[in-house]
Write a protein that binds this ligand. Structure first.
Ligand code: FE2
Length: 429
């Protein structure tokens, strides 16, 4: 925990202490209906959290929330808070084929923080739920929609706030902005998972635990299919990255170029406040933008002298070749368009289709300016790297010609602001 900033450490300690006090209060004021039902739902909570699927963006998706909601309806506030907290703390997750994550190899503060977040979220949501005219284990709970809806919303707001606050401290970003982004992403998913929780509760309260457990079979199957889809997607992306490496290996001067263009494009996308999904598309397109060069002879790519017309045409075919390589993959549809357009110019004198203006997606212009900046400021087989100031003045001159004027100006402003920030940090240190 020592590596974390002081305010992050204080925040983590605060949340853990708050959860501890809240847990004691629940213990003093509530009970669980039976120890058997408590152990059953504790096991289900542990199982669901252990089977969380890790998304490519690092977020773990689980249906543990459905079980949380069920425990709230079936066991009341204390049972819900304890099952969710211990289910999360004891989880055993598979990160990769070799890597497993569990309480034994996770830093204690992380385990306690995650458990506290669960305890506070479902515990407080339960208090809200039972503050209405509701009773623990009511088989017809679903007829009373207002308490359910209010509890789901409370859970979401508390859960998202706790995590967002930590990330806003760690990444020094505005809490409000991050919160709005996160809640937009989680809201629709959470209501789908909540419906699942309501369904599990009805099965348990009307037909008993055995029928409810039978329902987990199809749920596991759905989870398995989703995991397989993600694995396939990851495998495909890994293959594509390997291809990118292969392109860069053809010309040692371009080593790391795609990755740097991706980093620059993402920074610009964030600076422009683009939605996260668009930023992800730009990042993938940037990583793969020159993949078409795989289909061009090394003798042309690495030629130190002037290129003849045939060779220029060959080079200009790389966006189209890139799109052909990626053509069979449906989820890269938006990415392909950006790759196809990354050498189009704003004035319509680019290639392959001499489009320009608003006929080229803005994201392709982002890619274009980041690509040009990195190309100018790195060594190439036919010239040395240019000074950064010189590259920036070229971008300024070419705004409205090669580059989209607004995007070029935002790019320059972003680099200027980053430099100012670095300078002021250097003075403070
Ligand atoms: Fe290119």
């Amino acid at each position: 925990m020592e590596h974390l900033p002081k305010n992050a450490r204080l925040y983590i300690i605060f949340i853990i202490s708050l959860a501890f006090i809240f847990g004691i209060l629940l213990l003093l004021n509530y009970t669980v209906p039976t120890i058997q039902s408590f152990l059953l739902f504790l096991f289900l909570s542990f199982l669901m959290e252990s089977m969380a699927v890790l998304m490519p963006n690092g977020v773990a998706v689980s249906v543990g929330y459905a079980v949380d909601l069920t425990t709230m309806i079936v066991l009341g506030p204390l049972g819900a808070a304890l099952c969710s907290c211990f289910g999360m703390m004891l989880r055993y997750t598979k990160v990769s084929n070799e890597d497993r994550r569990h309480i034994g190899n996770t830093p204690l503060y992380k385990t306690l923080f995650n458990g506290s977040q669960c305890l506070l979220s479902i515990g407080l949501a339960s208090i809200v739920y039972y503050s209405f005219n509701t009773s623990v284990g009511d088989p017809f709970f679903y007829l009373n929609i207002v308490p359910l809806f209010t509890a789901i919303l409370t859970y979401l707001i508390i859960n998202t706030s706790i995590m967002t606050k930590l990330f806003s401290i760690l990444h020094k970003q505005s809490f409000k902005e991050m919160f709005v982004n996160n809640i937009k992403w989680t809201l629709p998913n959470s209501f789908v998972i909540a419906t699942l929780g309501i369904f599990i509760s009805i099965l348990y309260l009307h037909y008993g635990s055995m029928i409810m457990l039978l329902f987990f079979g199809p749920l596991m199957l759905a989870r398995h299919s989703f995991k397989m889809y993600l694995d396939m997607k990851n495998l495909y992306m890994e293959t594509v990255y390997a291809l990118t490496k292969a392109v860069e290996a053809k010309d040692p001067y371009t080593d790391g170029h795609s990755k740097r263009v991706a980093e620059l494009s993402v920074r610009l996308g964030e600076f422009m406040d683009l939605p996260q999904q668009k930023i992800e598309t730009i990042k993938t397109a940037a990583l793969l933008h020159d993949i078409g060069k795989i289909g061009i002879e090394d003798s042309i790519l690495n030629k130190a002298g002037k290129l003849n017309d045939y060779e220029i045409d060959k080079i200009k075919s790389h966006p189209a070749i890139g799109v052909n390589i990626l053509n069979e993959v449906d989820f890269l549809k938006d990415v392909k368009l950006l790759i196809y357009c990354h050498h189009e110019r704003y004035d319509g004198n680019g290639y392959p289709d001499r489009l320009g203006g608003d006929d080229v997606p803005k994201e392709a212009y982002i890619l274009s300016v980041a690509d040009a900046f990195d190309a100018m400021t790195s060594d190439r087989s036919y010239r040395k790297a240019m000074e950064v100031t010189k590259a920036l003045s070229i971008i300024q001159e070419e705004a409205g010609r090669q580059f989209h004027p607004e995007i070029a100006s935002l790019f320059l402003r972003m680099l200027q602001m980053e430099e100012d920030k670095n300078n002021s940090e250097a003075i403070t240190i």
